[in-house]
Design a protein around this ligand. Sequence first.
Ligand SMILES: NC(=O)C1=CN([C@@H]2O[C@H](COP(=O)(O)OP(=O)(O)OC[C@H]3O[C@@H](n4cnc5c(N)ncnc54)[C@H](O)[C@@H]3O)[C@@H](O)[C@H]2O)C=CC1
Ligand SMILES: CC(=O)C(=O)O
Ligand SMILES: [Mg+2]
Length: 370
Amino acid sequence: MKVGVPKEIKTHEYRVGLTPGAVREYVSAGHKVTVETNAGSGIGSTDDDYRKAGATIGQSAREVFASSEMIVKVKEPQPSEWVQLRENQILFTYLHLAPDPEQAKGLLKSGCTAVAYETVTDAQGGLPLLAPMSEVAGRLAIEAAGTALKRYAGGRGLLIGGVPGVQPARIVIVGGGVVGTHAARMAVGLGAEITIIDRSINRLRELDELFQGRVRTRFSTIESVEEEVFSADVVIGAVLVPGASAPKLVSRKMLSSMRKGSVIVDVAIDQGGCFETSHATTHADPTYEVDGVIHYCVANMPGAVPLTSSHALNNATLPFGLSLANKGFAAILEDPHLRAGLNVYRGRLTYKAVAESLGLPFSPIDQAAA
Ligand SMILES: NC(=O)C1=CN([C@@H]2O[C@H](COP(=O)(O)OP(=O)(O)OC[C@H]3O[C@@H](n4cnc5c(N)ncnc54)[C@H](O)[C@@H]3O)[C@@H](O)[C@H]2O)C=CC1
Ligand SMILES: CC(=O)C(=O)O
Ligand SMILES: [Mg+2]
C-alpha cells in the first residue's frame, strides 16, 4: 500500500506519525512510504534518516495526501487537511470527534475511512493506542501543575512536595485510569498528598493495592468531588468515557470554592474537558484564570516531549498500522479491536458514543459497509 506521513501542523505539535524505525518496518513489509519533508524535525530525524529507512520524501503535504492510500498522523486533521482527504483513503490518527463537530463534518464530507487511535481496543479491555500518550500526559500533568503553582505564574506559591515541617500540596485526581495513575506516580515521587476519585470500585481497589496506602481513594459522587475540590491545591481532570464527550464533573460553583492560586489541569480536554470552566489551550499560551484558579487545558500535552512521545506512540500503533497497510479495509472487518477504532466510514459515523455526543445518526459498520 502507498502510505503517507504529513508533517504535523497543530500549534507546537512536534510528534510524527511514523518514526524512521517504523518506516523500515512498513518498507520491509513491501509498502511504499512517502514522508513530508521535515516531518521528523521535532524528534531530530532528518529527511536523510527517512530516506535511509526506505521512505520517499514528499515536498509538500499536498503531495503526500495526493499520492497515498493511507495517511498516518498524530493529531486530529486540521481544516487544511480535511479537504485533502478523499473516498477510499484510510486515515489513521487521533480524532477526538465528540467535542469537535466541525472536524466531524469535514471527515464525513471527505468520504474517507477514519480509524481513531483513541477508540482502538485490546483483549484486556484497554485502549492500547491511547495508553502511551496517557502515560506521558499523566506524568506531564504534575509538571504543569508544579509550574502553574509558582507565584510568578499566578499560583499560590506552593512547592508540590513541601519541605520537612511544611505541608505539601493536596492533589486530587479525578479519574484513576492511565492518566490518573501516571499523574499519581509522579505526585507520590514528589511527596504530595494525593486523592484519586473514580467511579469504578474495582479500579479503586487496584489503585489501593498499587500505591500501598500512599494514595487515598474515593468513589466518585457529586458530594465526594465537591468535598475534595474544596480543599485541593491542584485538581487533575483525567476521566474518560471512550469516544464520548467528557462528563462535566466540576461545576463553576465547586471551582469558586477553591483557594485563589489553586490549579486545575484538565487532561480530558481533548474529549471536551471535565470542568465546566475548561476550554482548550495550546502550548503557546497554556493557562488562563477563572475565579482566581489557574486552568491548564492543553489538548496535545505529549506534543511537548515529542522524542519520548513519538517513539511510545509508534511502538503501540505499529502492529495496527501494518495490519491496515497489509489488508486495507479487510483488516477493520477482521479485527474487532481495529473495528472499534473505526469512527467514520464513507460519510457515516460508525462509533455510537461519538454519534450520540454530536447528535448525529449512528451507522453500525455492518450497515455502513453493506
Ligand atoms: N490533553 C492531552 O494531551 C491528552 C489527553 N488524554 C485524555 O485523558 C483522558 C483520560 O485518558 P485515560 O486515562 O487513558 O483513560 P482511562 O480509560 O484509562 O481512564 C479513565 C478513568 O475515568 C474513570 N471515570 C469515568 N467516568 C468517571 C466519573 N464520572 N467519575 C470518576 N471517574 C470516572 C474511569 O472509570 C477510568 O478509570 C482522555 O480524555 C484522554 O483522551 C490522554 C492523553 C493526552
Ligand atoms: C491523546 C492525545 O490527544 C494526544 O496525545 O495529543
Ligand atoms: Mg489530544
